[in-house]
Design a protein around this ligand. Structure first.
Ligand SMILES: Cc1ncc(C[n+]2csc(CCOP(=O)(O)OP(=O)(O)O)c2C)c(N)n1
Length: 578
């Protein structure tokens, strides 16, 4: 980027001072950080900043979403595919509170965000002024850091710190709340990027002794088993990770957010972990002798009952955030470090190994899963297509190379099981929070982040209706996002639980839906509905061939269930296949 004031490329030299308002300082600071796009929604308390955004339109693109939740999810989608900081902006009060769900989502999924909110003027703080809300208080537990600016001169430093904290160490969302008086005040602007914050140590090099211990365990293991999480993608360690996998010869399974870190066709890739993950990767956790977890946090959806999780194994945990060590699973060797740095230094300590017989045990599980589950998922014994058929066909037609943005529910679990990711950084979904309504706005952000890639959003009829107003954003931006709705007229995942654990009492999970095709028409988005197996290929072809945004509704079989499944609180050994 260019430093707009000094003309220098990365702002470390003393920049020229210039008298600006706080509002202009916000925009100039974003430019200094290399930001060229932000997602937002205006309002009274942020109007001075919006006035500057108007003036700087040629350098900083603002995308007008239709709801602040859309802004934050779009910023998340952008951050997830670019590995850069996503930026969103909103007004005070309801604008700010509408960001909270996305901020919480970003926090648990380690997504770097800088969220900027307007606030009432300093003299009105605490008076219940119009659209005043304590967003700093509200966002405290779901931000890595937040701060209220009440003086213009604090803006550059606060924004510099915000970017540094969002991106360094374990990434996460930060929020800066700026009072209106601070946006109007003038001061001498100068910008210096933040390189450290006292008492915050984002990451230290891995300890040599722990690397030695880890290498020894891995070299001596009979049944080593690798679990890959998003940390590998966040630290851009894919290359080192594959080398590691190949040197150890061990099977590798992925968490939900780790998907795409390893190509689905890698010979040592054994699949997907968790409540609806593959059979082998779950049950074999209780048979390995060394469990090597890299950049993942042993979420309860992965571990099931902790008292029956990998008790026989030595556990090695590579993790950037010390707070994650021993939080859920007791580790034998904790490598607290950035994955790329740790793997780079670990590699020379490893011996080349193969574990073919052990890998074959996973393949045997795959065959069982195929026999019990795939047969049902792909058998054309129903009138309407099943979700799995749609996803498999999409996977084949895109050769596993699209960016897939999923919402939350059955379609999400089916997609992440059956889409064969062949390219890294291609899986955008709400993991830890499980936020319905995430997909459509996140797909908008992902498309802005990766213009050259096919971005396909997949949602259920329920989740799609939570943020469908963002079709307006797609219309206005003429953004070629592909929208695939798997419509079962049910809140499918909840219905599945009602069927299995609440004696089929379908309490408020059946949905009367609008005509999605007509709805898309109202937003000037081309659309098509497919309700039978025979037309599925044509529907997907029309969607993928379109150069513009396209909504494809596939009316799927209403009551199919997602298997395998580990019922809540059960051990990973007790996977249900039917
Ligand atoms: C904001 C929010 N509210 C409620 C839930 C609980 N929930 C999880 S999955 C699900 C059903 C999703 O239904 P749909 O979007 O139609 O997708 P399907 O499961 O049918 O694929 C619900 C209600 C949630 N995850 N997020």
């Amino acid at each position: 980027m260019t430093n707009t004031l000094s003309g220098k490329s990365q702002g470390n030299e003393v920049p020229t001072k210039k008298k600006v308002t706080g509002a202009e300082a916000v925009v100039l600071s974003l430019l200094e950080e290399g930001v060229d796009i932000l997602f937002g929604y205006p309002g009274g308390a942020i109007m001075p900043v919006y006035d500057e955004l108007y003036k700087y339109q040629d350098q900083l693109k603002h995308v007008l979403v239709r709801h602040e939740q859309g802004a934050v999810h779009a910023a998340q989608g952008f951050a997830r595919v670019t590995n850069d900081v996503g930026v969103c902006i909103a007004t005070s009060g309801p604008g700010a509170t509408n960001l909270i769900t996305g901020i919480a989502d970003a926090m648990i999924d380690s997504t770097p965000l800088v969220c900027i909110t307007g606030q009432v003027a300093k003299h009105l703080l605490g008076t219940d002024a119009f659209q005043e809300t304590d967003v700093v208080g509200i966002s405290m537990p779901v931000t890595k850091w937040n701060y209220q600016v009440t003086k213009a001169s604090e803006i550059p430093e606060a924004i510099a710190k915000a970017f540094y904290l969002a991106k360094s160490g374990r990434p996460g969302p930060v929020l800066i709340d700026i009072t209106k008086n601070a946006q109007f005040e003038e001061f001498d602007f100068e910008y210096k990027k933040c390189e450290k914050v006292r008492s915050y140590k984002p990451v230290e090099p891995a300890e040599e002794s722990t690397l030695e211990e880890a290498a020894k365990l891995i070299n001596e293991a009979k049944k080593p088993y690798i679990l890959v999480g998003q940390g590998v993608i966040l630290s851009e360690a894919q290359k080192e990770f594959i080398e590691f996998v190949e040197k150890t010869g061990a099977p590798v399974a992925s968490t939900l957010l780790g998907l795409s870190a390893v190509s689905a066709d890698h010979p040592q890739y054994v699949g997907y972990l968790g409540m609806h993950g593959n059979y082998g990767p779950n049950v074999k956790t209780n048979e390995c002798d060394v469990l090597i977890a890299i950049g993942m946090r042993f979420d309860d959806r992965v571990t099931g009952d902790l008292s029956r999780y990998a008790k026989q194994a030595k556990v090695i945990h590579f993790e950037i955030d010390p707070a994650e060590i021993d939080k859920n699973v007791k580790t034998d060797v904790a490598v607290i470090a950035d994955a790329k740095e740790a793997l780079t230094r670990l590699l020379p300590k490893l011996e080349n190994r193969t574990h073919d017989a052990w890998l074959e045990e996973f393949r045997a599980c795959d065959r069982l899963e195929e026999e019990k589950v795939h047969v049902n998922d792909f058998a054309p014994d129903t009138k309407k297509p099943k979700m799995a058929e749609v996803v498999k066909m999409l996977s084949e037609m895109t050769e596993g190379k699209a960016v897939i943005v999923t919402d939350v529910g059955q379609h999400q679990m089916v997609t992440t099981r059956y889409y064969e990711f062949r390219q890294s950084v291609s899986n955008v979904t709400s993991g830890g929070l499980g936020t319905m309504g995430f997909a459509l706005p996140a797909a908008i952000g992902a498309k802005f982040g990766k213009r050259d890639r096919e971005v396909v959003m997949i949602a259920g009829d329920g989740g799609f209706q939570m943020t469908l107003q963002e079709l307006g954003t797609i219309m206005q931006e003429k953004l070629p996002v592909k929208i695939l709705i798997l419509n079962n007229s049910f809140l499918g995942m909840v219905r599945q639980w009602q069927q299995m654990f609440f004696e089929r009492r379908y309490s408020f999970t059946e949905m009367d839906n609008p005509d999605f095709v007509k709805l898309a028409g109202a937003f000037d988005i081309e659309a098509m509905r497919v309700s039978d197996r025979e037309s599925l290929h044509d529907g997907l072809t029309a969607m993928l061939n379109s150069e513009e945004s396209f909504l494809l509704e596939v009316v799927v079989e209403k009551e199919t269930n997602v298997f395998p499944m580990i019922p809540t609180g059960e051990s990973v050994s007790n996977v249900r296949l039917e």
